[in-house]
Design a protein around this ligand. Structure first.
Ligand code: HEM
Length: 475
């Protein structure tokens, strides 16, 4: 029997059997459809369960999501408020614990402690050189494209979107290049929760511990060194745990953003039209995806610090609330017409809000934007290699992933290190080179036919190299 609508299932007399299970098959098959059903049946705040006996409130309303994210005094990020946990109803082997079990990290802190840890993270992230990160993104994109460009076909989820963010993030952290590929494998294994997940987690943490020891002895211009030297005086263990947080959160989310953006670039005629002078640019597509297909559909969680009211519901102290970012983004109360373009509008919930709002959003956007821009420059004839209707997604309770994105294009020879660290423009282009160029550089209109080949690498300014190459005097 479904509990009365204004009563959290945790406090209802009836069992949770009639309450929707977010671990269940309906959510796996069609989470957006499920959210709409729950919205119709329950309004902006719906009772749900996670597995057989863990109750929670799922926030479907845009305003309710923001209210919870922005009011830590009523809705804490500290999972030790959780009544189910305090009452011993969560077993030690619960699959929820890796995600919501309290850890000494900024994600689970509020108030002064959160400010101390968060300041170290945001100050250090703000020091990341925007030009430098674009060079890493471009360099790794070329490296990955080189692996498949001679084939004339590729699968862009496993071959590109799942690999690039981690390669870039290892550079931001201050790791040598060769760490990237093994960390990609280890973090993917860890997130899948496979039998070897614990071993993979240990590998990631040990690698970060060695990195922190090395950076303590020899600081560099990187996130690990800046965290160690920050006035918040993080312990070495806190630095390790926050680097791990950056790697895991940043990698998974940016991978999803890239895959969903690539899918839209390849299938939505509005983007192709923009190449011929329309209006939907790559940053527009990214924002559109953030509105309609957010990398995290649900963020667990917040915990009520006392009895309160939300969206017409009575919430009890210690209840768990799940931010429904995907549902809130399409709430009819703020988007009565889902077809209306949202270009330039960044007020979606995909990076959450309030004191825990994602501090890495600019880095995530830069990776997706620069990488996809560079990929399209290398392979301008890129096209989907299966009918769009054959694309598949897999959903968990917190995210929804595209399984594969098979593409085809004209085979091309691999480029020999097409972009060096001087920031050389990798290939000519006919549309504004927004992402690859630094803010103070200007894009040049060039010949479309030339995009199939690469200009030679050279340690000269990119505009000189491009000019020489166009004139046939590249050597
Ligand atoms: C573009 C894809 C990304 C999306 C959609 C995304 C989304 C989010 C969301 C929804 C949260 C949870 C906020 C909350 O609890 O209310 C979060 C937190 C966080 N994200 Fe991101 N993120 C992205 C990329 C990144 C990147 C690239 C980094 C690091 C370089 C990063 C670092 C973090 C950190 C450290 C937190 C915890 C912040 C805190 O609790 O104070 N994220 N992110």
């Amino acid at each position: 029997m479904t509990p009365p609508p204004d009563q959290c299932p945790a406090h209802a007399q009836s069992p949770l059997a009639g309450v929707v299970d977010l671990f269940g098959s309906e959510n796996e098959k069609d989470p957006m459809g499920l959210y709409e059903r729950l919205r119709t049946e329950h309004g902006p705040v719906a009772p749900v369960r996670l597995g057989d006996d863990v109750p929670a409130w799922l926030l479907l309303g845009y305003r309710e999501n923001l209210e919870v994210a922005r009011t830590p005094s009523r809705f804490s990020r500290d999972s030790r408020y959780w009544s189910a946990w305090a009452e011993g109803r969560i077993p030690d082997d619960s699959p929820l614990l890796p995600v919501v079990g309290w850890q000494p990290m900024c994600t689970f802190a509020d108030g002064d402690e959160h400010e101390r840890l968060r300041a170290a993270l945001t100050d250090s992230m703000n020091r990341v050189d925007r030009r430098g990160i674009r060079r890493h993104i471009t360099r790794f994109t070329h490296r990955l494209v080189n692996e498949f460009c001679a084939e004339g076909q590729a699968e862009l989820v496993t071959g590109f979107a799942q690999r690039l963010p981690m390669l870039v993030l290892t550079q931001v952290l201050g790791m040598p290049d060769e760490y990237g590929p093994r960390l990609v494998e280890a973090t993917r294994d860890l997130m899948k929760g496979s039998d070897t997940a614990l071993r993979s987690d240990r590998y990631v943490t040990d690698t970060l511990r060695h990195l922190v020891e090395r950076k303590r002895a020899e600081p560099g211009e990187d996130l690990a060194s800046w965290l160690l030297g920050h006035p918040s005086e993080l312990t070495e263990e806190e630095v390790v745990q926050h680097l791990r947080l950056v790697l895991l959160t940043g990698n998974e989310t940016t991978t999803n953003l890239m895959a969903n953006t690539l899918r839209m670039v390849l299938t939505d005629p509005r983007f192709r039209a923009s190449l011929a002078g329309g209006h939907m640019t790559l940053p527009d597509v990214i924002e559109h995806v953030l509105w309609n297909e957010p990398p995290l559909t649900v963020v667990p969680g917040r915990w009520a610090t006392g009895d309160t009211e939300l969206g017409g519901r009575r919430i009890k102290a210690g209840d768990m609330l799940l931010l429904g970012l995907a549902a809130g983004n399409v709430d009819p109360a703020i988007r009565p017409d889902l077809g209306a373009p949202m270009y330039g509008n960044r007020s979606h919930l995909s990076f959450s809000g309030g004191p825990h709002e994602c501090p890495g959003q600019d880095i995530g956007r830069a990776i997706a934007d620069t990488a996809i821009d560079t990929l399209l420059l290398r392979l301008p004839d890129l096209r989907l290699d299966v009918p769009e209707t054959e694309l598949n997604w897999v959903a968990s309770w917190i995210s929804r992933h595209l399984v594969a994105l098979p593409v085809a294009f004209m085979p091309r020879r691999p480029a020999t290190d097409p972009v060096d660290t001087s920031g050389l423009l990798p290939a000519p282009r006919t549309r504004p080179a927004r992402a690859v160029l630094a803010d103070d550089e200007e894009a040049l209109p060039v010949d479309e036919a030339a995009t199939a080949a690469m200009p030679p690498p050279a340690r000269v300014p990119w505009w000189t190299a491009l000019w020489r190459w166009l004139r046939g005097t590249a050597s």
